[in-house]
Design a protein around this ligand. Structure first.
Ligand SMILES: NC(=O)c1ccc[n+]([C@@H]2O[C@H](COP(=O)([O-])OP(=O)(O)OC[C@H]3O[C@@H](n4cnc5c(N)ncnc54)[C@H](OP(=O)(O)O)[C@@H]3O)[C@@H](O)[C@H]2O)c1
Length: 324
């Protein structure tokens, strides 16, 4: 089977497109014939051995796929050969076939394309968990989204609007800001050119944002505490800019605010019922036409290394997938 293979840790240029043998599924696993694989920032980190989850070369990256089940393990009862599923695989998804635990597979609405389904669960699952379960976002509140044109940032704009918030999107170029507006952002800030603190204060009458969705970290995380409202909630999603910031606790004290960790991968394992309820909510919004997920670019599987290079270089707006 053809796959994008990480033979040694390093940048995307070290990846090769070649044959990789696939083991048989274990008793509680399934083999999936992949139709599309979502590309996510953790894939960029995993191939460099810089992520909390470690792969062992040679392996294919790719943590999220949609496809049809080709084989089921001896103890799998929920799925049968031919079922169309989306699955969180951690690794192995950038390939013609992959193995996934049966427990991490989700059925996919008939009206959802495979490309969209491969890009859906991680982004919107993370965002609904962040905004609803952790951030307690309320209608009428102001939501500031950092890295707003990226994968999870895009989802935060869309779900923030569905949940009734006023959404301020921050990103680093006019093209990215135009994309955020298209997604429904009420206001936009180019944080590469203007002070995040001053711009947010100006847009909120000096109060600051009630909820800050932060997948970027670094200096922007520091700046967040200068433009967060009284009793605000800063959601720690990730550190796409690299450095993991240290926050002085007096900043939480002064605003009566909270910084809350969001770890969707752990949430789905520890709280499967809450996760299932979130997926039902997301599918309802999708079927009602309220949530319009989009894939901004499709790459053929063979160009998986280029997709990861573009993501690492901040060239990607929205969500991209590999199609098999
Ligand atoms: N906690 C969780 O459960 C969870 C779940 C999913 C993802 N994440 C994390 O969330 C983060 C974003 O993931 P994603 O898939 O949305 O990634 P993405 O599509 O690449 O978006 C990341 C955004 O960060 C901004 N950015 C700022 N500095 C950057 C830099 N030096 N390199 C790359 N991007 C930079 C970019 O926007 P600008 O150019 O506009 O600044 C980019 O659009 C990652 O750290 C990921 O690991 C966490």
């Amino acid at each position: 089977m053809k796959a994008i293979v990480c033979k040694e840790f390093g940048p995307p240029e070290k990846l090769v497109y070649e044959d990789l043998p696939l083991r048989a599924p274990g008793a509680t696993e399934v083999r999936i014939k992949v139709q599309a694989a979502g590309v996510n920032f953790p894939d960029v980190l995993i191939i460099q051995n810089k992520y909390q989850f470690k792969g062992t070369p040679p392996f294919a990256p790719g943590g999220e796929v949609c496809g049809t089940i080709a084989e089921v393990g001896a103890k799998v009862t929920k799925w049968k050969v031919g079922d169309r599923v989306a699955a969180m695989t951690l690794q192995g998804g950038f390939a013609e076939e992959c193995i996934a635990p049966a427990a991490v597979c989700e059925s996919v609405p008939d009206s959802m394309s495979s490309s969209i389904a491969a890009a859906f669960h991680l982004v919107y699952g993370t965002v609904i968990h962040a905004l609803k379960d952790r951030g307690q976002l309320q209608p009428g509140e102001t939501l500031l989204v950092l890295g707003a044109s990226g994968g999870v940032g895009m989802g935060a704009i869309q779900l923030g609007k569905i949940m009734g918030a006023r959404v301020i999107a921050a990103a680093s170029s006019p093209e990215k800001l135009a994309f955020c507006k298209q997604l429904g952002a009420d206001e936009v800030i180019d944080y590469s050119k203007e002070s995040l603190k001053d711009a947010v204060k100006k847009l909120t009458g000096g109060n600051g944002a009630d909820v800050i969705f932060d997948p970027v970290g670094g200096q922007y995380a520091q700046d967040s505490f200068s433009c967060i409202n009284w009793k605000g909630r800063h959601l720690v999603i990730g550190f796409a800019s690299g450095p993991i910031p240290e926050i002085a606790l007096n900043r939480l004290l002064l605003k009566g605010c909270a910084s809350l960790g969001v770890f969707w991968g752990s949430f789905i394992q520890r709280e499967p019922e809450a996760q299932a309820a979130n997926v039902r909510q997301l599918y309802d919004w999708f079927e009602q036409g309220k949530l319009k997920p989009l894939v901004s670019r499709e790459y053929p599987l063979s160009q998986g290394a280029q997709a990861l290079r573009d993501m690492a270089d901040r060239k990607v707006a929205g969500k991209v997938v590999l199609v098999v």
